[in-house]
Write a protein that binds this ligand. Sequence first.
Ligand code: ADP
Length: 322
Amino acid sequence: MAVLEIKDITKIYRASGKSKITAVSGVSFNVDAGEVVGFIGPNGAGKSTTLKIITGLARATSGAVAIEGNDIVKSRVKAMKNVGAIVEAPDMYLDWTGLENMKYLASISNIEMPSDMGEYSKKEVILDRIDELLKLVGLYERRKDKVRSYSLGMKQRLGIAQALLSRPKLLVLDEPNNGLDPSGIIEMRNIILHLAHELNMAVLVSSHQLAEMQLLCDRFIIIDKGKIIATPNKAELFEQNIDAAVTIATDNIVGARDLLKEKFDIEATLKNGHIEFTTAIDVGEITKELILSGINVKGVQRKEATLEELFIKLTAGGKSKC
Ligand code: ADP
């Protein structure tokens, strides 16, 4: 069973006067335990609306969302207990320490206790859980420092620890890397991958940082104008018919260029010691032809298709419709 099941959701907002905006239209997808799914689309595509529906901040006009089999309308409490989310800026008190913020959140949350607590009290179990989470997000050493002194990356990581307190099965993150520096982005990536691949959580992430999404996600859901337009996984991404950029190193660049034009109708550019071109033709075929014609091939490089290229191709430039 999928942790998150979204079935045919539509969200219609009433705009000014009698006009209506269909922000999300017939969207269905699942997220399973142990995977990181990237939710991407141009501005105005319907991402935030979908994430708000999943996290209970907005209600779908029609369709259904279930988390761990619990319908988010009919069994709201059970469903929401299984969602940890950072969709809007996480709530935290800047003049309190990271540990105090965690303790406060625990005091106002209804945290489910393990069935066997041994001889430990509820308080001890919760404090233990807080320590475990602060270690997981790399903040244990700084737990007694005021949040005001934390970097943006540390605040984001504290937000993740807060979101995980109630042991949710699903984590929903909207732009978790906004404003983070490169090391902050790497730390965030490592935490998310650990949560999904080692702790078996289901993770749904939305971000415009496509190169980072390509490193982070196992598969992608691409949405545009309220509808899902593609759902490639990592392997399928590279099978898309996107022209690959190829570089072939040879000491006979002119001979290689002419042969490519003659045999494959490829327009290659001459560079110092190599030729460059883009093609959908199998690079092995091209290399074989060059070698058979007596052209010495010293190296071949093929740049793989990126999520960004696929996104631009599918969404007509990734432009906002607004
Ligand atoms: P994204 O997160 O992909 O940028 P949104 O879900 O925020 O997209 O928005 C989808 C569409 O719904 C846009 O046309 C947006 O203007 C509209 N929209 C979003 N929230 C509201 C709202 N509260 N009232 C009216 N229209 C809204």
